[in-house]
Design a protein around this ligand. Structure first.
Ligand code: SF4
Length: 326
């Protein structure tokens, strides 16, 4: 049974309003299990379940004759999506009461910034009230044009955290997994804790953030003697940073080296057989950070390439983030 509240009557109305008979369901990996059940609710249409990966609202499968219905993500406001795409958001109902109270007992910071992944963004108010009832100051930042909700962070955008970094002593990230919290930690330079509402565990990501920074430094060192660079450019609607890729290519060339633009939909590290010494990834930043060990050659973020080529200093290091796309 689908563990999210989805108003299928409303969804059918939206599909009919768009005037499509063929519907393509696009589901994140964690929801694929419910694909057939969702299709059962939409059997008055010719419904297809996409078998492609779906990593986020940056990643849309579009076919002219079908209406794409993307589940589980919120649209990215500054992306101009095709007309035949609609989103069905799904928010977790899981309460943070227990884990938030536990956090206050163990953590003494007075001014707490609250951030959340999109699934838990509707619980920010609940946590804010708990913090304030206990006499703490709770702040929620506003993201840039890539972010829909206040306090929301994406794996490629921490602007909501950055906007309040100066005014808080630490951050509480509402969600699961450590990736977003590590990003907040690195971008803001403030202690950051994961508040997991399912296990009620609290995790300080200091150690993970240190490890990641050491790994990134190691990647730059490994690429020290590189002379040929493969610059990865994604064709996905919300990951395409062509202008940045071209700017990086000219930096490489001005430094007397060769650069090649590698363009495609999926970045599969095991299939990167190109005759280059290092890759630079302008597609989803998670490919660089999460899949680093799957590449046979060093893979750098855009800023890491600039550090390598001495356009920037290691002290300028920041997490790779996407604001706008081309
Ligand atoms: S680019 Fe990567 S991190 Fe950003 S929304 Fe897409 S999948 Fe998530």
């Amino acid at each position: 049974m689908i563990p999210y509240r989805i108003d299928f009557e409303e969804l059918r109305r939206r599909i009919r309003e768009k005037g499509y008979r063929k519907v393509l369901l696009q589901l994140p990996e964690g929801m694929k299990l419910y694909g057939t059940e969702i299709a059962d609710h939409l059997d008055d249409f010719e419904t297809y379940i996409s078998t492609e990966h779906c990593f986020g609202a940056c990643d849309i499968v579009v076919h002219e004759d079908k209406l794409t219905v993307q589940f589980g993500h919120s649209e990215i406001p500054n992306i101009k999506y095709p007309e035949n795409v609609i989103f069905v958001e799904s928010f977790s109902e899981q309460s943070f009461k227990e884990v938030a109270e536990k956090f206050l007992k163990m953590q003494k910071c007075e001014r707490i910034g609250i951030v959340a992944s999109v699934q838990h963004v509707k619980k920010i108010e609940e946590v804010r009230e708990i913090f304030e009832e206990h006499g703490r100051e709770a702040l929620v930042g506003k993201g840039d044009s890539r972010v829909k909700y206040d306090g929301q962070v994406l794996g490629c955008n921490f602007s909501a955290a950055r906007s309040i970094a100066e005014d808080v002593d630490c951050f509480a990230f509402l969600g699961t997994g450590v990736f977003h919290a590590i990003g907040v930690r690195i971008v803001t330079d403030k202690k950051t804790y994961v508040l997991d509402p399912y296990s009620n565990e609290i995790l300080d990501v200091e150690e993970q953030a240190d490890r990641l920074m050491r790994q990134r430094f190691g990647a730059i060192v490994r690429a020290e003697h590189a002379e040929r660079f493969g610059i990865i450019v994604s064709e996905k609607i919300g990951q395409r940073r062509e202008k940045l890729a071209l700017a990086l290519k000219s930096m490489v060339e001005s430094s007397g080296f060769k650069a090649y633009l590698l363009y495609g939909n999926e970045v599969n590290p095991e299939e990167m057989y190109y005759e280059v010494d290092a890759y630079v990834n302008t597609a989803c930043p998670r490919v660089t950070y999460d899949d680093y060990l799957r590449f046979s050659k060093p893979v750098l973020t855009p800023i890491e390439l600039q550090i390598l080529l001495k356009y920037k200093l290691w002290e300028d290091y920041s997490f790779d983030e996407i604001v706008g796309v081309d």
